[in-house]
Design a protein around this ligand. Structure first.
Ligand code: NOJ
Length: 471
């Protein structure tokens, strides 16, 4: 058997990407509601107003997950649904929604994994500076405490933040994510306050829940290789890793602000936003390190006078890679997904082994992995063979890492459903289940049946072709 029965084979979504019902049940706007209403920010002017309407259809979606025999559902809580003013009293209707979702999951034997922050900051907090304001970190801790109190008995694993790299650098440096700002200092403040939010949030969860309920932090650690062995290319790739990975691992895992980060971002001279004692507060090693992995990249030192093409400039022309204007990324080679991301399962293997070597024994879960491809519904089926290949390759990488000693205990396929892919709107389709946005009809793709067979056999070798024959 590749994966034991205890190994969690789950699936994931996030509140703003699937829930819809943005103005129902007492929910107030988040920064993504605002972003979607800002012309030119989201492809096609798409919004999360309706999305997959999971707010109304969650019982059907849980039934679907039960049919697909997934072990766990990783969803996120919309902060402005449960605390409409972001600080202060909870909204019982909002909390009741998540309680009902968790109870429905449990009634079908599916574990509930709740992320507290998957990018939809209440707009009222952004109006006070958002993640550039340290008060946001304290508000987050209060929110975490309130959720643990309200939902502690029905959530099996908590996650503080999802991909703070995106919230900080895409939100405040490149501006392709909400709140759409392009200010390097603001981005570094956001990085720090998100680390602080994790630390304070994890403490708050533990205060209410004790040590028995696991707490996770999900990072999208970047696997960036140098374009050559030349020292300047090696240093260029290192700079990307420092800004992308060490900026979070340093404070949270090791309790330090890396000197390299300050050197790379030397244009920022005022670090007074890091106050005495903050790093101790950030330093909260999670029980489970969540890893979101999709692809790899290769970086080199930009030539003199060359305009660095740092990945992810997007519409704004600004780079998320603060302090890395002298780094350029190589064009992607080989097959890519809809996002233009390369497909390299070995990158996941290497990443898991690297984390294992650095933090021996640390429990890890792949909290997201998957791929967007152009799918087509033909006769009620979606033959998404490329997605099956992608999943097979990446789960194979996980299997190898486990065999080589990495303590990986779960994998969550991104995503259960096609959904709102942020600034790309509905144009990207990551679901193992196709969604018709006119009718809200769900159609499991072949990859969903493949994943179900894996859940049954637990064996990548013998999962075979049974899934192809599903009527
Ligand atoms: C990571 C994010 O957490 C998720 O929201 C997003 O849809 C996927 N990556 C795919 O881009």
């Amino acid at each position: 058997m590749t994966f034991s029965k205890q190994f969690v084979l789950g699936t994931a979504t996030a509140s703003y990407q699937v829930e819809g019902a943005v103005a129902e049940g007492g929910r107030t706007p988040s920064i993504w509601d605002t972003m979607c209403r800002t012309p030119g920010k989201v492809l096609g002017g798409d919004t999360g107003d309706v999305a997959c309407d999971q707010y109304h259809l969650f019982r059907d979606d849980v039934a679907l997950m039960a049919d697909l025999e997934v072990d766990a559902y990783r969803f996120s809580i919309s902060w402005s649904r449960v605390i409409p003013d972001a600080v202060g009293p909870i909204n019982p209707e909002g909390v009741a929604y998540y309680r009902a979702l968790c109870e429905e999951l449990h009634s079908r034997g599916i574990k509930a994994v709740a992320t507290l922050y998957h990018w939809d900051l209440p707009q009222v907090l952004e109006d006070r500076g958002g993640w550039t304001n340290r008060e946001t970190a304290f508000a987050f801790a209060d929110y975490a405490r309130a959720m643990a109190t309200e939902l502690g008995d029905v959530v099996d694993m908590w996650s503080t933040l999802n991909e703070p790299w995106c919230s900080s650098y895409l939100g405040y440096a490149s501006g392709v994510h909400a709140p759409g700002r392009t200010d390097d200092l603001a981005a570094l403040q956001a990085v720090h306050h998100l680390n602080l939010a994790h630390g304070l949030g994890q403490r708050a969860l533990r205060e209410v829940l004790g040590k028995d309920v696991p707490v996770c932090l999900t990072l999208n650690l970047h696997v960036v290789d140098p374009a050559s062995d030349a020292p300047e290319d090696v240093a260029a790739a290192r700079r990307i890793r420092v800004v992308g990975n060490e900026a979070f691992l340093g404070p949270v895992m090791d309790g330090v602000l890396p000197d390299e980060l300050r050197e790379i971002t030397r244009d920022i001279t005022d670090w007074s936003f890091v106050q005495d004692g903050d790093l101790e507060l950030c330093h909260q090693v999670p029980d489970v390190l969540g890893i979101n992995y999709y692809s790899t990249s290769r970086a080199r030192q930009a030539d003199a006078g060359e305009l660095a093409s740092s990945g992810g400039h997007g519409e704004t022309g600004a780079s998320p890679w603060v302090g890395c204007d002298d780094v350029t990324f190589l064009p992607v080679e080989g097959p890519t997904t809809q996002m233009g991301w390369n497909i390299e399962p070995d990158g996941l293997y290497r990443l898991l082994m690297e984390v294992e070597q650095r933090y021996p024994g640390l429990e890890m879960m792949i909290t997201e992995n998957g791929a967007g491809f152009d799918d087509e519904v033909v006769g009620g089926r979606v033959h998404d063979i490329r997605r099956v290949d992608y999943l097979r390759g990446h789960l194979g990488a996980v299997e190898r890492a486990v065999a080589d000693g990495a303590n990986v205990t779960g994998y969550f396929l991104w995503s259960l459903l096609d959904n709102f892919e942020w600034s790309w709107g509905y144009s990207k389709t990551f679901g193992m289940v196709h969604v018709d946005y006119e009718t809200q009809q769900r159609t499991p793709k072949d990859s969903a049946y493949w994943y179900r067979d894996l859940s049954r056999t637990r064996d990548l070798e013998t999962v075979g072709d049974a899934w192809v024959a599903v009527p």
